[in-house]
Ligand binder design. Structure first.
Ligand code: CDP
Ligand code: MG
Length: 150
């Protein structure tokens, strides 16, 4: 049984800084995920705190916030069958010692904090994060009907 889900993904500032936005996005599209919202923005401290609220007080929290606001990010909502777990698998684990080649983090990140991509870890996180970055009217649903012609 298909379980079509929406998930929130954010390309951290390193993606733009390193000019790898296209390459990383390609991995997600190639897997069949559907982009239904996409924007570029420079998060301020308050927004970064809201996004990473669960990590407040941890030893890496301040540095994580600094990195998150160090440049613009690309925020998006992706849709697909079991999209939440799927994107987490494509991203790989946060810890750079554990992220294997073939995953986005495994291939592009050599520091845990600078692991270039954020992806929602549950349906509840996806809802919360989508609402933080997008208004309901900014999500575009669309059909793949013409895909067979190219
Ligand atoms: O991003 P993900 O949900 O996979 O991992 P997390 O454990 O929720 O941590 C959030 C983010 O904090 C990570 O993606 C890293 O950027 C950063 N982090 C860090 O800098 N040092 C750690 N020891 C753990 C996480
Ligand atoms: Mg997390």
């Amino acid at each position: 049984m298909e379980k079509i889900e929406k998930t929130f993904v954010m390309f951290k500032p390193g993606c733009l800084q390193r000019r790898i936005v296209g390459e990383v996005l390609n991995r997600l599209e190639r897997k069949g995920l559907k982009i239904i919202a996409l924007k570029m923005l420079h998060m301020n401290r308050a927004m970064a705190e809201a996004h990473y609220a669960e990590h407040r007080g941890k030893d890496f929290y301040e540095k994580l916030l600094e990195y998150t606001v160090s440049g613009p990010v690309i925020a998006m909502v992706l849709e697909g069958d079991e999209a939440i777990a799927l994107v987490r698998r494509l991203a790989g684990p946060a810890d750079f010692h554990e992220s294997l080649p073939g995953t986005i983090r495994g291939d592009f990140a050599a520091r845990t904090r600078l692991n270039i991509i954020h992806a929602s870890d549950s349906a509840a996180s996806a809802e919360r994060e989508m609402a933080l970055f997008f208004k309901a009217g900014e999500l575009c649903s669309w059909e793949d009907g013409n895909a067979r012609w190219f």
